[in-house]
Write a protein that binds this ligand. Structure first.
Ligand code: FE2
Length: 402
């Protein structure tokens, strides 16, 4: 009995996956909902406008619900595109999702009290309000409740504003389409949530594997303990800031996610550098330094070979660029290819800042750890020569606040 109850709660509140897993993917689910809301709000606005035009041409008198639907949908689109970008938490998406559903039901109700509403079959409106929630993934209990409330709400209005024959038809249609809606919702939402959950788990496993491998390489290098984790954090913070800047707003969320995911691989090439050089106390000779410099190319080759079967080309190229070009300098005097300015891939320019700053504030065999202020001063001096003049001030701001 306890198990049945547990499964039922799991089913109704977390789409059949464990609560912990559901909480982990909530943000992804709501981001997906936001994308769908963008599309549905445009489609409903176009739909409302088209009906308005038909109504005007046919000299009907039902323009109020059509105007309401068009303007309401455009307002929702506006909210999704402006505030939705800023407030990425689930509650905003939640409010907008339900806002759109409320808009739809009010439209249906307005339509039902219009004298010429019979020109549009009531069934189509019922289908619209009963099936729209399927586009959104949410806790089943909320959605089932909403679908049932929509159905009851529509029937109350139908009872008051339509004759007995029309009401009976609405009653049959509402109940049958709500049941269909609930069944379809169960199938679609549960499948979507399960897929997202599985994808997230695989991605997490891959990330763990990459971090483990990078850490194993780092452990050979006795002086850089914690470097991988810290640089990944700096990259993540920097990416979070720059994605809001106008210049980088066209780059996708996936690109920035790839940059953060690939950051731990920047020094994988050190796996091929001999211990005598990697752990040499004191400064390297110029010959040794030349060998050390090769870790950038080694790393890129290693990633290319080990990921040649990965479908995601964008991830592969970001990872390769980070490994290969994170020692390039903005003025073209870096290595391995002396790339200059924006010839250096953005992901490598981001990585360079995180990598150098962490090296500066860490103790190395050839130097003591610098203070935060001293390290910031060195980064500041390197703006335009070593570092990207647009990214470096943003990075310094992050360090300052941190
Ligand atoms: Fe490096």
């Amino acid at each position: 009995m306890k198990k049945i109850l547990h499964n039922l709660v799991n089913y109704l509140f977390f789409c059949g996956i464990p609560r912990k897993n559901y909480n982990e993917i909530k943000a992804i689910v709501w981001a997906r909902n936001r994308r769908i809301l963008r599309i549905t709000s445009v489609l409903t606005a176009v739909f409302g406008f088209a009906l308005l035009v038909v109504d005007i041409v046919k000299q009907g008198h039902s323009f109020i619900p059509y105007i309401f639907l068009t303007i309401g949908s455009l307002i929702i689109y506006f909210f999704v595109m402006t505030l939705g970008r800023r407030f990425k938490n689930a509650y905003f998406s939640f409010a907008v999702c339900y806002g759109q559903m409320v808009l739809t039901i009010v439209y249906a109700l307005l339509l039902s009290i219009q004298p010429s509403s019979y020109s549009i079959p009531a069934t189509s409106v019922i289908i619209f309000i009963a099936l729209l929630p399927i586009t959104i993934d949410d806790r089943p209990i909320r959605m089932y409740g909403f679908m049932i409330c929509e159905c009851i709400g529509y029937l109350i209005f139908s009872y008051h504003f339509k004759d007995a024959k029309a009401f009976n038809l609405d009653l049959t249609n509402c109940i049958s389409f709500t049941v269909i809606g609930i069944i379809m919702y169960s199938v679609v939402c549960f499948r979507n949530v399960k897929e997202i959950s599985q994808g997230t788990r695989i991605e997490k496993m891959q990330n763990n594997l990459i971090t483990t491998l990078a850490t194993a390489v780092e452990e050979r290098d006795a002086c850089t303990g914690g470097h991988i984790v810290r640089t990944e954090q700096y990259v993540s913070q920097l990416v979070d800031k720059i994605r809001r800047k106008e210049k980088y707003s066209k780059l996708s969320r996936l690109y920035f996610r790839n940059v953060v995911m690939a950051a731990p691989m920047h020094d994988l090439g050190k796996i091929k550098i001999p211990d005598s050089i990697l752990n040499k106390p004191g400064k390297l000779t110029s010959e040794e330094y030349e060998v050390m410099k090769k870790h950038a190319v080694y790393g890129a080759d290693f990633i290319q070979k080990s990921m040649k079967n990965v479908d995601d080309d964008t991830y592969l190229s970001v990872a390769v660029n980070i490994a290969k070009y994170h020692h390039e300098r903005y003025d073209g005097t870096g290595y391995p290819e002396n790339l200059k300015g924006e010839q250096i891939p953005l992901e490598a320019r981001i990585m360079a800042l995180a990598d150098v700053y962490d090296a500066l504030v860490s103790k190395r065999p050839y130097k003591e750890a610098y203070s935060k202020e001293k390290a910031m001063e060195i980064i500041r001096e390197g703006i335009g020569t070593q570092f990207d003049p647009e990214l470096a001030p943003i990075f310094l701001e992050i360090v300052q606040q941190g």
